[in-house]
Write a protein that binds this ligand. Structure first.
Ligand code: UD1
Length: 343
């Protein structure tokens, strides 16, 4: 049986995607450098699925390390979730971000070509749209990211487009996902940020367990109904299902022509920071203290996805409510107050 290589398979999105693939009886190989993820993820995946999974601690910026994986396994498709993703850090260390994210992708593509593997799902981001002019955001919207991290995503998409044009064997789906929330229903896989969380949900739950004093809400005079910024949140389990649907779509594809498709994954609905805070307060059963502070540089007032293309092309629909997303995030945090480090 051939395997799907999941690059970055020990991360938040990667680990949930691996579980979904294993549940669909796919053979999976994980490659991760574990710089922003934890080895405990592998045993959690195995405990959840009851299956063993082969994993490589590999630096995918090194061509030889990528080759070794293809040499030792029969791979039919690749899902690439490996890359740095901190917006703030990307602006301080652009070279580090461009080198890492682009080299990983270029190495994977080079070795894929060498081994005749032409199916790849890329984890892109809604950040490619920057400040969207029209809502809901369609895939045809202009790509104009406001930060370096986002530009690494656009550049990689461009590389994939150029390859698809150059050789009819390539099939690519670039998943532009919005804001993932939640955790596995076992509460044994979840988001485990290094240090101070940048994102809203882990910040809220760390305030709730007493690790942080207060939430800072970035801005309250956005042109939105309650003045706080609006985003599209989707459950990590739905996002993982979207990755599996995209991979299967490529593997089943009978088209003779190459493809590059960008597809949004989101819930298609917008929630303000105050609405998310309220949903968390209900899930947790207590009030979360907060202050309003200055807007964060580059933050847009409102962004939510058009998910018509995902429905049409992938037959994918989001299935979780915002309440479930908050409950699952909270249950993971409660069970693992220090993330994977307390294992
Ligand atoms: C951010 C990144 C995006 C990245 C995504 C990954 C920016 C500009 N965008 O999206 O590129 O793909 O994370 O998950 O950084 N908020 C607060 N207080 C906080 C944290 C966040 O009020 O402590 C607000 C933000 O202003 C925003 C919302 O909560 O309106 C969600 O923020 P966040 O979780 O950081 O996601 P994005 O900014 O949408």
């Amino acid at each position: 049986m051939t395997a799907i290589l999941v690059a970055g398979g020990a991360g938040y999105v990667g680990s949930h995607t691996v579980v979904k693939l294993l549940e669909k009886n796919q053979k999976v190989i994980i490659a991760d450098d574990f710089s922003h993820s934890n080895l405990a993820v592998i045993s959690a995946i195995q405990a959840i699925t009851g299956q063993s999974v082969k994993s490589y601690r590999a630096d995918l910026t090194q061509l030889e390390e990528v080759k070794k994986i293809f040499d030792e396994n029969e791979i039919s498709g690749v899902i690439n979730l490996a890359g740095y993703k901190s917006v703030g850090e990307s602006s301080q260390m652009p070279l580090h971000y461009y080198r890492n994210n682009l080299e990983i992708m270029l190495n994977l593509l080079t070795v894929m070509e060498e081994y005749d593997v032409y199916r790849l799902v890329f984890s892109s981001s809604a950040t490619v749209y920057g400040n969207p002019k029209e809502l809901p955001v369609k895939e045809s919207a202009q790509r104009k990211p406001t930060n370096t991290y986002g530009r690494t995503k656009v550049m990689i998409e461009q590389i994939l487009q150029d390859l698809a044009e150059s050789d009819s064997r390539w099939r690519f789906i670039s998943l532009r996902f919005f804001n993932p929330l939640g955790a596995h229903k076992s509460s044994n896989l979840g988001e485990d940020p290094n240090g101070l969380p940048n994102n809203l949900a882990p910040y809220i739950t760390q305030v709730a367990i007493g690790k942080l004093p207060k939430l800072q809400i970035y801005g309250h005079d956005f042109p939105t109904p309650d003045g706080t910024s609006v985003r599209d949140y989707l459950h990590i389990d739905d996002l993982a299902a979207g990755h599996v649907a995209a991979m299967n779509n490529l593997l089943d594809s009978q088209d003779e022509t190459s493809r590059f498709e960008a597809i949004n994954l989101g819930s298609g609905k917008g929630y303000s920071v105050l609405e998310i805070l309220q949903a968390f307060e209900e899930a947790i059963g207590k009030k979360i203290p907060f202050d309003y502070t200055e807007k964060r540089l580059g933050d847009t007032a409102e962004s939510f996805a058009s998910i018509e293309k995902a429905k049409r092309v992938l037959d994918w629909v989001p299935t979780y409510t915002i309440e479930e997303m908050c409950q699952d995030t909270w249950h993971w945090q409660l069970k693992h107050p220090n993330g994977y480090d307390n294992e």
